[in-house]
Design a protein around this ligand. Structure first.
Ligand code: GUN
Length: 296
């Protein structure tokens, strides 16, 4: 039976490290990390995420600023706000919550954030640094960064000789995750919907990362005995009893019988995403103050 990783507990340990780093930066350099979160429109799920980000940022001891803009905000108005935040020395991190309302074009907005304030790691400069293996110079996007914390805590900092398979090739997760595993010396396969014999490819994985957005797609016979299985999916399903439930991309119960280590959904990668956003904000503040940031 696999060991189940408690994502809440790992996230709490990252948050404790962020709090210590924040206290030290204020004491040594007189700098308080500042995070600005921007949300446009009324999407309830987005408001819930943003509320959690703002609360956690206060708990970490940051200056926490939330800009809540109406649905009818124009592209120019949003661009002007990002420009103001780019020029604000008290703000070290800017996050524009996605998706934006349909009439707004998110890409020019994300690309207009100063790369050193792009705590989401979505700017092409940061994506490019991850792609070229420059992991100490940029900001790594939060979900792959969080998944890598689990990988490092399970296997250490050197994955030499291990096969890693990432199912999913999105710019948001699959590509950066594959690049991070490769930078840690794993032998990496990026699988996707067009991969031949996906189950066979997955059975070769010492580290299997699923990010496809299909409920419980990864079955027990896809998993190499003793493998580490990281589930990045969040899918809402209706059970046979008519109840709504969140499940991942991995059929947890059956895969847990084969894997060595597995992450649950909910309570696995999810809590890590906010923790890594806080980590990126404190890293950005350290760099702005000319100090070497801690590693998380
Ligand atoms: N919407 C859902 N997840 C995220 C995220 O990680 N960053 C941003 N900016 N928007 C999101």
């Amino acid at each position: 039976m696999a060991t189940t990783i408690d994502g809440k507990q790992v996230a709490a340990s990252v948050i404790e490290a962020v709090k210590s780093a924040t206290t030290a930066l204020e004491k040594d350099a007189g700098v308080k990390p500042g995070l600005a979160v921007v949300i446009v429109g009324d999407d309830p799920a987005s408001h819930a995420y943003v509320g959690a980000k703002s609360r956690m940022s206060k708990e970490c001891g940051f200056t926490s600023v939330q800009h809540t803009l109406p649905e009818e905000t124009t592209q120019e108005e949003l661009a002007r706000l990002v420009e103001t935040l780019n020029g604000d020395d008290s703000i070290h991190g800017i996050l524009v919550q996605l998706p934006l309302p349909k009439h707004l074009d998110s890409d020019p907005i994300i690309q207009s954030i100063k790369p050193e304030k792009d705590v989401d790691g979505l700017h092409v400069v940061n994506a490019g640094k991850v792609a070229t293996g420059d992991l100490d110079g940029g900001l790594v996007s939060c979900t792959p960064a969080g998944a890598m914390v689990f990988v490092r805590r399970t296997h250490g900092n050197d994955l030499s000789g291990l096969n890693a398979v990432v199912i999913g090739r999105s710019n948001l997760f699959g590509k950066p995750m594959s690049a991070l595993l490769l930078a840690t010396n794993a032998t990496v396969t990026t699988a996707h919907s067009r991969t031949k014999d996906l189950a066979g490819v997955c059975r070769n994985a010492d580290i299997l990362v699923a990010a496809v957005g299909r409920a419980e797609m990864v079955k027990a016979d896809w998993v190499k005995p003793g493998a580490t299985v990281i589930d990045v999916g969040i899918n809402r399903i209706t059970t046979a009893e008519g109840k709504s439930r969140l499940v991942g991309d991995v059929a947890f119960e059956e895969c847990a019988k084969v894997a060595g280590v597995i992450t649950p959904v909910p309570g696995g990668v999810g809590p890590m995403t906010i923790a890594m956003l806080m980590a990126n904000t404190v890293i950005a503040a350290y760099r702005k103050a000319g100090r070497t940031p801690p590693k998380f």
